[in-house]
Structures are given as structure tokens and as C-alpha cells.
Design a binder for this molecule. Sequence first.
Ligand code: HEC
Ligand code: HEC
Length: 206
Amino acid sequence: MQRFTRVLALILAVSFAVASASAQAAGDAERGKVLADTCLGCHGIPGYRNAYPNYRVPKLGGQHEDYLVLALQGYQADTRTHPTMSAQSDSLSAQDMRDIAAYFASQGEAEAGDLVTKGDAARGKEKVAVCTACHGEAGRSPAPNWPNLAGQHKDYLVHSIKQYRDGGRKDPVMMGQVVNLSDQDIKDIAAFYSKQSGLFTAQYSN
Ligand code: HEC
Ligand code: HEC
């Protein structure tokens, strides 16, 4: 019996250690909230615009936590070129990024809804067939490091796809995916994803 108790204690100790190690890696949303205060000055205002070129800043609410970290790493490493976001990410440590991402993720998951294929979205539907394996049928992606596109601003999607096509973002996977898209294809694809339910503007929270 005593031996059994000791073994049980050991198992509990090991699982506690594993649990606290993963909690540390997962990011601290409370700490992230403080760090995210300046970010919300742009990302927390519905429809807020980037000055030049003119497009709305991306919605971060409902975005995958791991993808948010990857995106910030991209601006920090300059594989994504955007002067403001490079400046914003330069001073962030790896832990800061995880904490900020945990905070945005704590605002809720991407909203689910029926697939919209009417109006603007109709032409894009054909053209996203090659994208669905990673971004999901309706733009809600199945893996944490592939971004949700559903509900993202149309003009931001146009801009970001062109960044991969024209070299402003250097992600080998995405560059290969969009290299042959015309400007019209990109508009149609962006219309399709922006019409689906999913992402939302992150908010200041108490
Ligand atoms: C002055 C406005 C502004 C501020 C402040 C700002 N951002 Fe951004 N952010 C932008 C714009 C504009 C983009 C799109 C950049 C691009 O075209 O790649 C962006 C892109 C992003 C992305 C990529 C989203 C995606 O879908 O790929 C993340 C993540 C992000 N910002 C997080 C942050 C965080 C975290 C902070 C605070 C530390 C912050 N931003 C501060 C304007 C801002
Ligand atoms: C093999 C998986 C894969 C496929 C297929 C794929 N993507 Fe992606 N996509 C990714 C990954 C990974 C990223 C993040 C890259 C990075 O770090 O910038 C991404 C990023 C994006 C983004 C940027 C989102 C944002 O918030 O800035 C857009 C837009 C996008 N993909 C559109 C498409 C379109 C359109 C297609 C089809 C023509 C497509 N993708 C096909 C994996 C994929």
C-alpha cells in the first residue's frame, strides 16, 4: 500500500511538472493584456486604416494563438516588411509574444457560420479550391499555425496576398501558392473570405 502511495505521488508530481511547463509555454493572457495596450490603439478600433497604402488593419480577434506569434516573429525578422509592425515587434521577447497572443486568443474563437457563396463570394469560391487544405473550406483553418481568413477585411486580404506574390512577405509556402494569381483573382479570393463568418476586431477588455 505504501509503495502504491509513493508511486501515485510520483505520477502526480510528474504530471504537475508537465502541466506547469506547458502553462509557461502557453503564454500569460493577464500579462499580455498590459503589453497589448498600445496594439489596441490600431487593432482595437473597428475599421482603423493603415495610411499608405490604404487598407484596414487586420482583425486579430478569433485568430489562432500560434499564428499570431508566427506573424510577430516575421515582422521582427523582417521576412514581413511593414515599418510600423517591425518597430512594434522589435522590442518584444519570445515570452512577450506568447503572452500577447494568449491575450488576443482569450477574446474568443473565430465565429462559425454557414458557407457564403452568393454575390461577391461566388467567383472567389472556384479560385480558393487550392487553398482549402490549409485554410479550411470557409476560411477557418484546421491547424494552429495556419491563419484563419474568414471574416478578415477584404482590402487587408488583397494587400497580404499581394505581399506574398510580390515579395514583401517571404514565406516559402505561401509564395508558391499565390505566384500565378492575377489582381482579379486576388480580389475575388479576398471577397470570398471576407464574406464568411470568423474573425472579429479585438477589444479593450477589463
Ligand atoms: C499604428 C498601428 C498599429 C499598431 C500600434 C500595431 N499594429 Fe499590428 N498591424 C498594423 C498593420 C497596418 C498591420 C498589417 C501589416 C502588413 O501589411 O503586413 C498589422 C499586422 C499585425 C499582425 C499580423 C496579422 C495577420 O493577420 O497576419 C499582428 C499579429 C499584429 N499586427 C500584432 C500587433 C501587436 C501585438 C501590436 C502591439 C505590440 C501591434 N500589432 C501594434 C498596425 C498596427
Ligand atoms: C500548405 C498550406 C497552405 C496553402 C495551400 C495556402 N496557404 Fe495561405 N498561409 C499558409 C501559412 C503557413 C501562412 C502564414 C505564412 C506567414 O507566416 O506569413 C499563410 C498565410 C496566408 C495569408 C495571410 C493571412 C494574414 O492574416 O495576413 C493569406 C491571405 C493566405 N495565406 C491566403 C491563401 C490563399 C488565397 C491560398 C490559395 C491560393 C493559400 N493561402 C494557400 C499556408 C497555406
